[in-house]
Every structure is written in C-alpha cells, then in structure tokens.
Write a protein that binds this ligand. Sequence first.
Ligand SMILES: [Ca+2]
Ligand SMILES: [Ca+2]
Length: 138
Amino acid sequence: MGNKQTVFTHEQLEAYQDNPFRQRIAQVFSDDGDGHMTLDNFLDMFSVMSEMAPRDLKAYYAFKIYDFNDDGYICAWDLEQTVTKLTRGELSTEEVSLVCEKVLGEADGDHDGRLSLEDFQNMILRAPDFLSTFHIRI
Ligand SMILES: [Ca+2]
Ligand SMILES: [Ca+2]
C-alpha cells in the first residue's frame, strides 16, 4: 500500500461528489472501464488528485478524462464537453465554441485539428485552470 492513505476525510469525499467529471473520472480509474471502482481504484484516484502529485501525472490523467471518446486525442467535440463541464453549463453554446476554437488554435502545435497528449501538456503550462478540477486538498 506504500504511503497511500486509506481513510478519506469528509471534505475529500465531498469534493469528489461535487466534481463535474465524477463519472468520467470513475470510468478512467476503474479496472473494467465502466465506472465501478474498487477501493484500490479510489486510492489511485486520490493519489493522482492530491496536491502532492506531479503535474505531468495529473496532466496524463486529465488528458484521459477529457478524451471522452477514448481515441487518444482531444478533438473539438471532446473539448466542448470539457469546457461545458468545467464552466458548469454557465456559458452559451456560442461561448463554448469560441473558447474551444481559441484553445485549439493556441494549443494545437502540429495543426492537425486535435490535441495530442503533448499538445495538451503544453497547453497546461499556459492554462493551468484545466487541471484545477483535479486537485483535492489533503
Ligand atoms: Ca477523443
Ligand atoms: Ca495536434
């Protein structure tokens, strides 16, 4: 078990319950990919989301979570789902499209119209907000 903690605080569980990506997070961290998490899956998730986790590790999992259709890239459609959830539905469809265009325009380093993990990691250096959902204060 290493130094993983085994008891969750009320605040940690609340932060998780309140996370707009909860369902996606559960899918990514569950062994079977259908969102049924074992205790070990939970522990892995909390260690990735802890403030102590290295940024690259967080970026790797954030990328998987934002890649809604699991094809290894964040395309415009994935990005729209992401921005809509990050802003908790407070932006209009046009505003979401504008944000996505801007993010893709700035972060798509090789201009293939979608974000690879490398594009995404570069984006996070400029827009750390994209990782903010993946911090849980411990
Ligand atoms: Ca995708
Ligand atoms: Ca690209």
